[in-house]
Design a protein around this ligand. Structure first.
Ligand SMILES: NC(=O)c1ccc[n+]([C@@H]2O[C@H](COP(=O)([O-])OP(=O)(O)OC[C@H]3O[C@@H](n4cnc5c(N)ncnc54)[C@H](OP(=O)(O)O)[C@@H]3O)[C@@H](O)[C@H]2O)c1
Length: 363
């Protein structure tokens, strides 16, 4: 039987390497590490016993040639909201399925505009499949299958003080997320949040109450009210250490992560601040969904933690399984919650993500 070839663009970066590592453990899959630097790509491929190619996202020829013989491509290099969608367009042309971990709403929106073309040519594109965006939207879509009515969903995103797995590129993504004005879904529309902050108790690894400010609504969450009947969605972001969080917030507002070079300097400072023994390397997500289930008011609490790069890598890897098994078969452009078989994906989290915990309680 032919093996499934999966090209990882940006394949020796933090997220790309985690994806390649996870994919090599799966029989029937050949991961292909793609990057501009042959030496780095070859070194990782030798380590993981997989394939590599020279692949430059900014070069049309390299993109088109690189996709030859591939079944799936995962885009792990998304430097800005306005970055071009050449890879997705070439994937459609070559009928290769495309996944990305984009946190940029404008970029995700442009991927979604490729829907008709992808449908016509017979390719599947899924955007915003990472930790956040990614996991919370999938949990909300899945909750829609359990609750007859959802009254509220609160999403809490916390960065651990050691910021492990966070790179200058991903910090640039976080800066973008902090620059986009926060919104809440209420009274059937997206509107400005009325509160400026909240406190929430977060479990492992922090086990403490954390202060949160309203966060950006990512592209996948924007589309949730179209498929899930839900009265309120709020998104919150916070940090394990308050002082580090304050510097983080000020630095972001001053544009200290506005380019990869600046972000590298800022990240160094933040990591230095987070070196305290009590700081944790992991990030955590907590999603609290309230509503009516089997006629009773219930609360679903899902918590997941892990390093930023690992959690971001898990979702596209599990989506690859669904593309290969045929659970994802529709052609066109989608966000994760629109197309991923969420029950199977969350079951895999329960099985393979050590930091996954889920509780159902009477509200
Ligand atoms: N959704 C989420 O939850 C989430 C979370 C974290 C990160 N992210 C996103 O994931 C992406 C990757 O983050 P990361 O931490 O892995 O960054 P990273 O470690 O800097 O990796 C990026 C990789 O892309 C490569 N690259 C740069 N320009 C390229 C080009 N023209 N063609 C091909 N490869 C190129 C880089 O290698 P060379 O420079 O050697 O080419 C590098 O290996 C970021 O865009 C970030 O925003 C999303």
């Amino acid at each position: 039987m032919n093996k499934t070839k999966i090209l990882i663009a940006g394949g020796y970066g933090a997220v790309g390497e985690e994806i390649a590592r996870l994919l090599t453990r799966k029989p029937g899959i050949v991961p292909v590490v793609g990057g501009r630097n042959e030496e780095k790509a070859r070194l990782l491929a030798d380590q993981l016993n997989c394939e590599w190619i020279r692949f430059d996202l900014n070069n049309n020829e390299s993109v088109l040639n690189g996709l030859k013989g591939m079944d799936i491509v995962i885009n792990c290099y998304l430097p800005s909201d306005s970055y071009h969608t050449k890879l997705a367009e070439a994937a459609i042309e070559r009928q290769v399925n495309y996944l990305d971990v984009s946190a940029f709403n404008g970029y995700c929106g442009r991927i979604m505009q490729l829907n008709s073309l992808a449908e016509e040519k017979g390719a599947t594109l899924v955007t915003a499949l990472g930790a956040y965006p990614g996991i919370p939207g999938l949990i909300l879509a899945n909750s829609g299958d359990y609750f007859s009515e959802i009254s509220s969903a609160d999403i809490y995103f916390v960065l651990g003080g050691k910021l492990q797995g966070l790179t200058p590129l991903s910090l640039m993504g976080v800066q973008y997320m902090m620059d986009v004005p926060p919104l809440v879904w209420e009274s059937n529309q997206w509107q400005k949040p009325r509160v400026t902050g909240t406190r929430e108790s977060i479990g492992k690894p922090f086990n403490k109450e954390i202060f949160f400010s309203p966060g950006m609504i990512t592209h996948d969450l924007h589309m949730i009210p179209e498929t899930v009947k839900i009265d309120k969605i709020s998104s919150w972001s916070g940090m394990e250490n308050l002082l580090q969080g304050l510097v983080f917030f000020i630095g972001m507002k001053l544009g200290w992560a506005g380019s990869e070079k600046k972000a590298a300097r800022f990240l160094k400072l933040l990591k230095l601040m987070g070196k305290r023994r009590k700081s944790h390397p992991e990030m955590a997500l907590k999603v609290v969904v309230k509503g009516i289930k089997d006629g009773k008011p219930m609360k679903r609490i899902v918590e997941i933690n892990g390093t930023e790069d690992y959690l971001t890598a898990l979702v596209p890897v599990l989506a690859c399984d669904q593309l290969i098994d045929g659970q994802i078969s529709q052609k066109g452009a989608f966000t994760g919650p629109q197309i991923v078989e969420t029950e199977t994906l969350l079951q895999s989290f329960r099985d393979i993500a050590p930091g996954y915990k889920e509780d159902w309680v009477l509200d």
